[in-house]
Design a protein. Structure first.
Length: 178
C-alpha cells in the first residue's frame, strides 16, 4: 500500500503563492510566537508572507518550493535556494550549494516523520542539482530544530544576524557535505 504523503515541486502560480502565504504565516507564527514580541512577529509575517511576495519567490528560477501533502492538503513545505552564499567566507570561491531557507510542518504533523521526509527530499534535490553541500540557518534558541538538523549530519559552521521585526536575533549556520 502506498503512503498518502506526497512531496511535490510547487507550481509557480498565484494559487500556489496564496497557499504558501497562508501556511508560511501559520507555521512560522506557531513555531515562534511564544518566544517573541507580537509586534516583531507581525512585522516579519507582513514583510515575508504576502501572496505577492510568495509569487515573486516562486517565480525566481533559483528557488524551488517543495509541498508536503496528505490527502490533498498541504501540511508542510520547504523553500530551497539553489545558489546560496550562506556561510561562505568573503572572497572564497563559492561551492555549489543548496540552502534550505525554510522547512516548516503544521503543528499537528510535528513528530510524525513529515519534516524528515521533507529534509530527505531537499537533500535529494541538492544532489540532483549537483550541489556539493546543503546549508541552512536556524535560530540559536530553537533547540528542537537544531537537534533535528544535527540528526541529518549538519554541523555548525558559523552564525549570522536574523531580523525579526525590530529584534536582532542570532542564527546558527549549519552545513552538510554531499
Amino acid at each position: 500500500m502506498s503512503s498518502p504523503l506526497r512531496i511535490t515541486v510547487a507550481k509557480r502560480t498565484a494559487a500556489t503563492a496564496a497557499q504558501l502565504a497562508e501556511i508560511g504565516r501559520r507555521t512560522f507564527h506557531d513555531t515562534f510566537a511564544a518566544q517573541n514580541r507580537p509586534e516583531d512577529m507581525e512585522a516579519y509575517l507582513a514583510a515575508t508572507f504576502s501572496p505577492e511576495i510568495q509569487l515573486a519567490e516562486l517565480q525566481d528560477p533559483n528557488v524551488v518550493f517543495l509541498l508536503a501533502q496528505m490527502v490533498q492538503e498541504v501540511v508542510g513545505y520547504a523553500k530551497l535556494d539553489l545558489q546560496s552564499t550562506l556561510g561562505l567566507e568573503p572572497g572564497k570561491t563559492p561551492e555549489l550549494r543548496l540552502e534550505v531557507a525554510r522547512l516548516y510542518v503544521e503543528e499537528d504533523w510535528i513528530g510524525t516523520g513529515l519534516g524528515a521526509a521533507l529534509m530527505r527530499r531537499a537533500i535529494e534535490e541538492a544532489r540532483q542539482q549537483g550541489s556539493r553541500a546543503v546549508v541552512l540557518g536556524v535560530w540559536e534558541k530553537n533547540q528542537h530544530a537544531l537537534a533535528f538538523y544535527q540528526r541529518f549530519g549538519f554541523k555548525i559552521i558559523g552564525e549570522h544576524t536574523f531580523m525579526l521585526g525590530e529584534d536582532k536575533q542570532n542564527d546558527l549556520i549549519l552545513r552538510k557535505g554531499l
